[in-house]
Unconditional design. Structure first.
Length: 237
């Protein structure tokens, strides 16, 4: 069972290089933590997102006294791994400079080595090859910004266990894996479609899109409209 993430080595061994299956969504995301008592006090018990165009910063505090940062930015040339030469830290500082005083302070303390990767999905025609199966992000990543990845991985693993539990011989493994894929793949594909919808509105491209997002957020507080928006985002399942 290959459950080794969006850049899965098992998948590459089974089906070839990820270039054939990685579908970038036009963005990159970075994440890191910094120590800063003043920042920690400011963001204690809060999760703050900037209301900005083509880039977004989310800041929140941890119980350790650190402040965690999640940065997302538009990148039409997004590809897996690092982007270009030079320091990721300096690139992030350049991308997010001036977004807000708090973001500038966090970027000043940004460590040299941070998570920075393409926001993407994995689209595969099939997950199984003989008695090997892919799970979680290795088979159907929904993207970092869409959420549901951990839930899908955990629920998928539990379902796979249900299919494999009754198997009494090696000959029964492959059919059980095929049954699991037939049952679970439509669920993952629905989540991926919802992820693409969510990603399309995550980073507004202009002031008009940003204003529309503000209206949607305010409308989501109205009973009835909140449920309709949730169904639109996460799908009908």
């Amino acid at each position: 069972m290959g459950a080794d993430g969006i850049h899965s080595t098992v998948r590459a061994q089974l089906f070839g290089p990820e270039d054939g299956y990685l579908r970038p969504l036009g963005m990159r995301a970075a994440a890191f933590t910094v120590m800063g008592p003043l920042l920690d006090e400011r963001f204690r018990n809060r999760f703050v997102l900037t209301d900005s165009i083509d880039r977004m910063a989310g800041l929140y505090n941890l119980r350790t006294g650190e402040v965690a940062a999640l940065l997302a930015y538009r990148d039409s040339t997004a590809a897996a791994g690092g982007r270009g030469a030079g320091s990721i830290r300096e690139r992030l500082r350049g991308e997010f400079a001036g977004l807000s005083a708090a973001v500038d302070r966090v970027l000043e303390a940004c460590p040299e080595h941070v998570y920075d990767d393409v926001v993407a999905q994995i689209i595969l025609p099939g997950w199984q090859k003989e008695r090997t199966i892919l799970l979680g992000d290795a088979s159907g990543a929904v993207s970092l910004l869409a959420g549901q990845g951990a839930s899908l991985a955990t629920a998928g693993a539990a379902l796979l266990g249900d299919f494999l539990g009754p198997v009494a011989s090696a000959e029964g493994i492959s059919p059980a894996l095929a049954g699991f894929e037939e049952r679970w793949k439509p669920v993952v594909e629905d989540a991926q479609a919802a992820g693409r919808r969510a990603a399309s509105s995550f980073l507004p491209r202009n002031k008009a899109q940003r204003l529309l997002r503000r209206w949607v957020i305010r409308a989501s507080r109205v009973p009835g409209i909140d449920r309709a928006l949730a169904r639109r985002i996460v799908g009908s399942r």
